[in-house]
Design a binder for this molecule. Structure first.
Ligand SMILES: [Zn+2]
Length: 423
């Protein structure tokens, strides 16, 4: 596809963010797929005012760049892979959840560290994630395989919740009256409710409350910032609901509202797992005001709780609207949602604890000298490991990402040599 000058400029801009090794392509919609059905639904609300840029590779994050007229949504396949891994921790067959969550957090932190050009620490943290891996055969997820998952509610939520959220950043404020008005006081009260859920020391809570009332900076708890995130979440949920019904009907699959609600509430936690690591990396990379950056990292879970409470509120309204005409289910909607939340939250708390442990490990590694080359334990295990292919693939993508951000360390170079010795 030939890009016009404005599109070429945007492509260059995105490439600067995601590194040179990632491919950056404008998504075309000639062939009908679940993605195009979802985008058609999004357009029905806001008109044809967005482009989707498909990025293969780069750090695991989505973004929406927009001016007054048009949104450019960056859809990153690495984000999809990382989300699928985080989602798998909530599966019935998930084993060793705490250890897996710990490793996943280390890996997310390592990739984000590359993106902010901290290669030494990124490499130490990445090697630590491998050290914590007892079986080298299950290292990552390849997004191509996610295309073959059954076309059901989990597929729709995993693939499109984040994407629609990003479109929502542009679209939701333009939808005006169709969204619930959220005044700043209401948002501040929700922050207080959210703070009560977190067992933090009183002085930290006081600092977060002070941040809540700081009207100047555009931080995560600023009512305007939080409102925009909540609107984007609601845009994602309210678009995904009819789009999922549509896609499943075309695929001759039954639609289950509760299953979608369950998946959406989990996706709120999955996204949090990425957001909280990104906020942590911003805090360690911050040179201007490290204390403020650390406080912002602590504020991230509070923002997530507020957003998830609001999503639950939306799903309650949607559930009532769907079931009320049919039967007396409406009165149970809130009970059923509460039951889902009670099922998801204990796991989310465990994953959060493991993520906290990964952050503490990262801080300890930051305080010690970086490894000059791959450590002895790694070289030894490499020699004896029977199954190396998945590890080689994961290491290759890490080294490639490092290369595209211009991050070269001796340890990365040595990892490349080890990879080459396998191929
Ligand atoms: Zn957002």
């Amino acid at each position: 596809m030939t890009l016009n000058p404005a599109q070429l400029k945007m492509q260059r801009l995105i490439r600067m963010e995601v590194g040179d090794h990632a491919s950056v392509d404008l998504l075309t919609r000639e062939r009908k797929t679940p993605m195009t059905v979802v985008l058609d639904h999004a357009e029905r609300g806001v008109g044809p005012c967005f482009d989707i840029w498909w990025v293969d590779g780069g750090p695991p994050s989505l973004a929406c760049l927009h001016d007054e007229r048009r949104a450019h949504v960056v859809f990153n396949t690495r984000y999809l892979e990382v989300s699928a891994q985080a989602r798998s921790l909530y599966g019935e067959k998930a084993l060793d959840v705490d250890a897996q969550a710990y490793r996943q957090a280390l890996r997310r932190i390592a990739e984000q560290l590359l993106a902010v050009r901290h290669p030494e620490l990124a490499t130490s943290v990445y090697l630590e994630s491998i050290r914590a891996q007892r079986v080298w055969s299950t290292v990552g997820t390849d997004w191509h395989l996610l295309e073959y998952e059954p076309l059901q509610e989990p597929y729709m939520a995993l693939w499109f919740f984040g994407l629609l959220h990003e479109i929502g950043h542009f679209a939701a404020p333009r939808l005006g009256g169709t969204l619930v008005a959220l005044d700043a006081d209401k948002i501040r009260r929700s922050i207080d409710l959210s703070l009560n859920r977190h067992p933090w020391p009183a002085d930290i809570k006081a600092q977060i409350q002070a941040l809540r009332d700081d009207a100047h900076a555009g931080h995560v708890l600023h009512p305007d910032v939080l409102r925009e995130e909540m609107y984007a979440d609601i845009f994602a949920c309210s678009t995904l609901l009819p789009a999922t019904m549509d896609v499943l009907q075309q695929a001759d699959q039954p639609f289950d509202f509760w299953r979608l609600a369950y998946e959406l509430l989990i996706m709120g936690q999955v996204r949090h797992a990425t957001d909280v690591c990104a906020a942590f990396v911003r805090a360690i990379a911050s040179e201007d005001d490290p204390q403020q950056a650390a406080l912002l990292a602590l504020a991230q879970p509070i923002a997530t709780t507020v957003r998830n409470m609001f999503c639950q509120f939306y799903l309650q309204q949607a559930g009532c609207a769907i079931y009320e005409p049919a039967s007396g289910v409406a009165e149970h909607v809130s009970d059923l949602l509460e039951r889902i939340v009670n099922q998801v939250q204990p796991l989310a708390d465990r994953i959060d604890n493991a993520t906290g442990k990964a952050m503490r490990r990262c801080l300890a590694l930051a305080a010690s000298p970086p490894p000059a080359a791959v450590p002895d334990w790694f070289a030894r295990e490499w020699q004896t490991a029977v199954v190396k292919v998945p590890l080689v693939e994961a290491m290759r993508s890490f080294c490639r990402m490092a290369g595209s951000f211009g991050c070269a360390t001796d340890a990365i170079h040595q990892m490349e040599v080890l990879i080459d010795s396998q191929t």
